[in-house]
Write a protein that binds this ligand. Sequence first.
Ligand SMILES: Nc1ncnc2c1ncn2[C@@H]1O[C@H](COP(=O)(O)OP(=O)(O)OP(=O)(O)O)[C@@H](O)[C@H]1O
Ligand SMILES: [Mg+2]
Length: 278
Amino acid sequence: MSLLATQDLTIRFGGHVAVNGVTCAFQPGTLTAIVGPNGAGKTTYFNLISGQLKASAGTVTLDGRDLSGLSASERTRAGLGRAFQLTNLFPRLTVLENVRLAVQAARGGAHRRGFNLWSIWSDHEGLTLRAHEILEAVAMAAKQEEVVANLPHGDQRKLEVALLMALQPEVFMFDEPTAGMNAAEAPVILDLIRNLKADKSKTILLVEHKMDVVRELADRIIVLHNGTLVADGDPATVIASPIVQEAYLGLAPQDASAQHETPPHPGLPPRGGRSEQP
Ligand SMILES: Nc1ncnc2c1ncn2[C@@H]1O[C@H](COP(=O)(O)OP(=O)(O)OP(=O)(O)O)[C@@H](O)[C@H]1O
Ligand SMILES: [Mg+2]
């Protein structure tokens, strides 16, 4: 059971404050949706939590332990799970080999029971079984022998989630996990997040533009706006708040590709928008 908290978390890029003094705690057993317009600082906030970016000020703590000085990989070991970027994978290995390596990494030294063939063989068998289970869960078992570099985009995103599952973190961070997926792929990932939610020891953070998904999955919503936390509460209250009403419901749907160039309204989230990963 791990309580994740940020205190006055801030990052400046030159003169621009992308995340501005965000203080927030995330309880185990809850899924918090993070919403806000393109450029609000959601991905940057994730990058500060996971250690991909170093904060200009403020702290990130897990169960009271200050992680601020730790690298991204040290934070992963501490229990923070951020969906892998595919650049972190072994593109020439197969899907199964990648997931098996992630399972092995997550088990760390625990499986090293000395150098004998029996333990190596039984480890391999156990790791493969677990990797199979995970690939079943993301509906990718049929593609386990494919080389990662050859996967279509939707499968690559599913694989990112599979690797996150393999790590078994305390805190799961999903940044628009279904962005770019087709209608058949997205429900698989949403089901998986639903299943994770059933495990009441896990803390889940979900950046998501699709309000129907947020409404269904979130126990709580926080809204970022120009890097600042402007709303925080139960979904019904936050969705009914003027800022979200105006942002998501008061505007005509826009072409997603145009949203980055021309925000629909200064500082307000577009409807059903999407964005690149960091
Ligand atoms: N490495 C960087 N260097 C300079 N500016 C950055 C960097 N990363 C992010 N920014 C800026 O910080 C702001 C927040 O960006 P961020 O990607 O966190 O927004 P977001 O809320 O995730 O948006 P979206 O919904 O489009 O994904 C933007 O103005 C962005 O241009
Ligand atoms: Mg983003």
